[in-house]
Design a protein around this ligand. Structure first.
Ligand code: NDP
Ligand code: HEM
Length: 503
């Protein structure tokens, strides 16, 4: 007899007598339907996989804390940011974007940088990337963009034509493409990269004043990237290198940390700002909006069970707390819908009851009821409607967000002037990158773009040329393209360029 603790049981707790021999009619006879242990075991196994994330499927996560290091109460009333020295539990997940759950960590891809803060006012998720900008700035383009980063519908292969066709027809991507094809597109590990909100968010203080803000989590380990040769080697030799690195560093007691810096603009400053602050393809130049240090993020505990804690983790830019709100950025507005929607598909309507997602420091008190996998008491005998006069929880107007002024017509209006799109990418190429950065950038692009059709190469080279002539010409030379034709295409409008390179 085994003791209770070591005894194998069925899912419903009954002891299992034999886990090696199925129940058969006679020693060589068929298996009996009454082997309920076998049936339960197979049926559960058949359902082990849940849908993988449609993007950011491959990732690694860890627990830790966030500590406030500066007084920011004049900008936000968020309680978890209310006092220097205050600590809040967090769970962070890092990921690649385009690949499947088993894909290589060293892919050239943005890295997801998602942090869940378990605050006393509810869970707050900062769901960002390791790049301060993004490829597109209208959510209608997101599913198309992601399709081009995935597999060709006919060949089931990654396809440089799809990849570059879309990007070269979407010039607003040039800033992010320039970062992606620099060595920052292949970070050495998850520990050696920054995390950015990329979007503008809205903070407000206890007096009802609001501010536009951007988050920058700067790695305390220092930025470290892979060259394309190193990345290529790792993709084959150790596809899980970044997952392993994070886990092992934490096991060794080398806890990775990031310093949170914020860029903050008052609504008055934002009015005259030279860039559209809701356009995610642009940064706020540091010289104009110097980042201020706010806190430290430290990861110091590995998950015990990957599926329970990492695979089932559900982040959403819509998980906000009082003092932090979203901005009118169209992409952000749509993300607020998309994440909750996909979580319901991936994890079910009660995914907030899965321990990693539970608002563990601010228990749910709502009138949402029932649904698949309602694993708590579902509100017990309490009222299930509002308003009620039976003592149920009620809303509190003290948590209203300050309003923001809006004007204009309900219309499908694009952002800014398309010529703006090349300025910041050009600055990055000319002013920020070193000679070696530029050489690696051009080499990384040439290697990848070489797989696309010549007409697409020409169109994309013209986009690089518009960011900086040297940039475009070096790519053109690397690909053996006609430089005069690249200049000609660069001088055209986007529509004319698309038409001139349509076949
Ligand atoms: P700054 O010179 O003040 O900032 C340049 C920043 O660029 C650095 O602080 C660093 O950001 C980042 N950087 C350094 N090397 C690279 C690289 N190889 N690839 C990508 N980013 C790099 O200039 P500005 O603020 O005026 O920005 C100039 C350009 O720098 C922008 O157009 C943008 O492309 C890039 N940049 C700007 C950021 C911002 O928020 N202003 C953030 C990141 C990039 P970090 O310290 O965050 O690592
Ligand atoms: C994951 C949609 C833009 C960062 C996801 C997921 C969806 C999605 C559906 C899968 C979520 C899940 O299954 O748990 C969108 C849409 C976007 C958009 C519709 C634009 C309209 C962005 C941007 C960023 C970003 C701009 C960064 C600034 C992330 C991260 C994850 C993610 C980090 C992974 C979260 C995790 O670790 O679980 N996105 N996304 N996304 N997205 Fe986006």
């Amino acid at each position: 007899m085994s003791d209770d603790k070591n005894r194998l049981t069925t899912a419903f707790g009954a002891p299992v007598a034999d886990d090696q021999n199925s129940l058969t009619a006679g020693p060589r006879g068929p298996v009996l339907m009454q082997d309920t242990h076998l049936l339960e075991k197979l049926a559960h196994f058949d359902r082990e996989r849940i849908p993988e994330r449609v993007v950011h499927a491959k990732g690694a996560g860890a627990h830790g804390y966030f500590e406030v290091t500066a007084d920011v109460t004049r900008y936000t009333r968020a309680k978890f940011l209310s006092q220097v020295g205050k600590r809040t539990e967090v769970f962070a997940r890092f990921s690649t974007v385009g690949g499947e759950k088993g894909s290589a960590d060293a892919a050239r891809d943005p890295r997801g940088f998602a942090v869940k803060f378990y605050t006393e006012e509810g869970n707050y998720d900062m769901t960002g990337n390791n790049t301060p900008v993004f490829f597109i700035r209208d959510p209608l383009k997101f599913p198309d963009f992601i399709h081009t980063q995935k597999r060709n519908p006919a060949t089931n292969l990654p396809d440089p034509n799809m990849f570059w066709d879309f990007l070269s027809l979407t010039p607003e991507s040039i800033h992010q493409v320039t970062i992606l094809f620099s060595d920052r597109g292949t970070p050495a590990t998850f520990r050696h990269m920054n995390g950015y909100s990329s979007h503008t968010y809205k903070w407000h203080n206890a007096q009802g004043e609001y501010f536009w803000v951007q988050y920058h989590f700067k790695t305390d380990q220092g930025i470290k990237n892979l060259t394309r040769q190193e990345a290529l080697h790792l993709r084959g030799a150790d596809p899980d290198h970044a997952t392993r690195d994070l886990y092992q560093a934490i096991e060794r007691g080398e806890f990775p940390s990031w310093t949170l810096e914020m860029q903050i603009l008052s609504p008055e400053q934002a009015k005259d700002f030279q860039w559209d602050i809701f356009d995610i393809t642009k940064v706020w130049p540091h010289a104009e909006v110097p980042p201020i240090k706010v806190g430290k993020l430290v990861l110091n505990r590995n998950p015990v069970n990957y599926f329970a804690e990492v695979e089932q983790a559900a982040f959403s830019p819509g998980n906000l707390v009082p003092g932090i709100g979203i901005s009118p950025d169209k992409m952000l507005q749509s993300r607020v819908f998309s994440y909750h929607d996909t979580h319901i598909h991936r994890l079910g309507p009660n995914y907030h009851l899965i321990p990693i997602n539970q608002p563990r420091n601010a228990p749910e008190r709502s009138y949402q009821r029932d649904g698949f996998m309602r694993t708590d008491d579902g509100g017990g005998a309490g009222p299930n409607y509002w308003p009620n006069s039976f003592g149920g929880p009620g809303p509190d107007a003290a948590y209203l967000e300050p309003p923001i002024p809006l004007e204009g017509q309900a219309a499908r209006t694009p952002y800014g002037h398309p010529n703006d799109d090349f300025v910041q990418a050009g600055n990055l190429y000319r002013k920020v990158m070193t000679d070696q950065d530029r050489e690696h950038l051009v080499g990384n692009i040439v290697e990848h773009l070489a797989g696309a059709l010549p007409r697409i190469q020409l169109r994309q080279a013209a986009i690089f040329y518009k960011a900086d002539p040297d940039y475009g010409l070096r790519v053109a030379r690397g690909l053996g393209l006609d430089e005069a034709r690249v200049k000609e295409l660069a001088a055209m409008s986007q529509e004319a360029r698309a038409a001139a390179t349509s076949q």
